[in-house]
Design a protein around this ligand. Structure first.
Ligand SMILES: C[S@@+](CC[C@H](N)C(=O)[O-])C[C@H]1O[C@@H](n2cnc3c(N)ncnc32)[C@H](O)[C@@H]1O
Length: 504
């Protein structure tokens, strides 16, 4: 019996060995050590075993051996269908083109009931995609790389998001638009058509936003927790009327902070401290006040926000009171932690912009219908990853200055009249004109146009191309459109837009 069992194991190991060999032929970086291990195991198994060996062998079955050494056999959970077909012209990060779309069908090879694996994921607005840079060509990598934003200067590969890294793994935070059965629909992507996806994880601001608090703050005997239900659920949030500054003037126009989403823009965030002193929470350049500049937050303070509805040009202000609860019954300070304040601000955003969740009463009051009390603030934060920066700042995380202040400035993008005309041959995916080419991923020609502008304004050329091939035409594909462009010193111009040729 045992001999037959061993033969079976040996057979399985031979199959694995064959597969590993095939991989080695394709890729010189396949881990040779694993093969050696398999060899020695195989040799051991085909010999008559001693009693001692059996115990050792059980511990060292090939799978656990491989994981112990950090080697995993990956199985793509699916392949990205993207509006970008080639590396050329694909945004370098998802934030460059929030309209760029993709979908991912979970493979039946991984799960028989693929849709079951997506259960619950629709409660998240954003997800991390972990994928393979499968079009890196040869898998070469160097310890120092030249990221485009450094315009030719070098930095360590691990301080960058370069696709050329020891393990060709990419990580992108995308907006989850919807899930239909076994298929996810995303926007804000930087992955090309056919990208193998290894994993999806929900984006959870509380876990994924760096909170590098000073050590002494980690051991506080009490925590102040914002009480979401009292704030938000089933209570009316009065519209307080336009917020006035200390001088009594209305918030000046120049401190409006634009928000692309939902057709609104913020005018100001302020804190009303007890005694009705009003403190702006943003500087005139729109950045959130940090550290000592920030006014102390007190229990009972009210955070207010004003927005302008671009369609009606009406300014409305809403407020939210800060309350705290002392966890574990400790008597607490009266100051509200940065974190609670931030949550309150996020909650207001939720109330302002997720009107589908809210009701406005006849008296003009907002009823916030968040049912998940504890996740109310998180949910609001989920909707606003672009505000991560603000969150990062207030929790003292840091990023390299070249990311924020790149020496490469955005380019002005223009279309030739010919290219403008070319655009007219396309239509939305739902379009019915038989003479026009239907887009597949963008919902309108305007969306596709703004994606083209977004891609080019960030100068998608490699450093080599920028410096050595200045006058050459630059081609790339966005959805069903093949674009021909060229670059001047501070601009990019689109010359032609043709339909992508269908592959025969
Ligand atoms: C700079 S990487 C960043 C990817 C990811 N956000 C990250 O930080 O890991 C994005 C670039 O990788 C390239 N790319 C996207 N998908 C790829 C793939 N499947 N294989 C190779 N390169 C890819 C495109 O040129 C894109 O502009």
């Amino acid at each position: 019996m045992e001999a037959r069992g061993l033969q079976r194991q040996a057979g399985a190991l031979r199959t694995q060995l064959r597969q590993l060999r095939q991989q080695v032929n394709k890729d010189v970086h396949v881990h040779k050590k694993s093969i050696e291990d398999l060899h020695s195991l195989l040799n051991g198994l085909t010999k008559e075993p001693s009693q001692d060996c059996v115990a050792i062998r059980n511990q060292h079955d090939p799978v656990s051996l491989s994981l112990e050494k950090g080697n995993i056999r990956t199985v793509p959970i699916g392949y990205i269908e993207s509006c970008f077909t080639a590396k050329n012209g694909t945004p370098r990060q998802p934030t460059i083109c929030s309209l760029s779309r993709a979908r991912l069908k979970i493979s039946k090879i991984v799960f028989n009931n693929a849709e079951h694996s997506l259960m619950g994921l629709d409660q998240f607005s954003h997800v991390w995609i972990i994928f393979v840079f499968h079009k890196n060509g040869h898998q070469s990598y160097k310890a120092k790389v030249k990221p485009p934003r450094l315009n030719g200067l070098k930095t360590g590969v691990f301080s960058t998001r370069s696709p050329h890294r020891p393990n060709a793994i990419g990580l992108t935070l995308v907006k989850l638009d919807r899930i239909e059965g076994d298929t996810l629909y995303f926007s804000g992507i930087d992955m090309i058509q056919g990208t193998p996806v290894l994993d999806i994880k929900p984006y959870i601001p509380d876990y994924d936003t760096a909170k590098a608090d000073p050590p002494q703050n980690n051991c506080q005997p009490h925590q102040e927790i914002l009480v979401p239900d009292e704030q938000c659920q089933d209570i009316t949030i009065p519209i307080t009327g336009p917020v006035t500054m200390e001088s009594g003037d209305k918030v000046p126009a120049h401190i409006k902070v634009a928000s692309e989403t939902a057709g609104h823009c913020f005018t100001e965030w302020v804190q009303h401290a007890p005694g009705n002193a009003i403190h702006p929470l943003r500087k005139t350049d729109g950045n959130v006040l940090e550290g000592e500049d920030q006014p102390p937050m007190h229990v009972g303070s009210t955070i207010s926000a004003c927005i302008i509805d671009k369609t009606t040009d009406r300014e409305e202000c809403y407020s939210c009171e800060l309350k705290t609860e002392k966890a574990g019954g400790f008597a607490g300070k009266e100051d509200v932690s940065d974190e609670s304040a931030l949550s309150a601000v996020e909650k207001i955003k939720c109330q302002l912009f997720h009107s589908d969740r809210n009701q406005v009463t006849a008296e003009g009051k907002i009823i916030c219908l968040e049912s998940e009390q504890s996740s109310a603030a998180t949910l609001c934060q989920n909707k606003w990853p672009e505000d991560l920066d603000a969150a990062n700042q207030s929790s003292h995380s840091a990023i390299a200055t070249w990311i924020k202040q790149s020496p490469v400035t955005p380019l002005h993008v223009r279309f030739t009249p010919h290219a403008e005309l070319d655009l007219k041959q396309f239509q939305a995916p739902s379009g019915t004109d038989p003479g026009k080419i239907s887009l597949k991923y963008f919902q309108s020609v305007e969306e596709a146009k703004s994606a083209i502008v977004a891609v080019l304004s960030e100068d998608p050329r490699s450093i080599y191309r920028r410096k050595q091939c200045q006058d050459l035409l630059f081609y790339f594909t966005v959805d069903a459109a093949h674009i021909t462009s060229w670059f001047g010193d501070d601009f990019a111009e689109i010359l032609r837009i043709k339909p992508v040729k269908e592959k025969a």
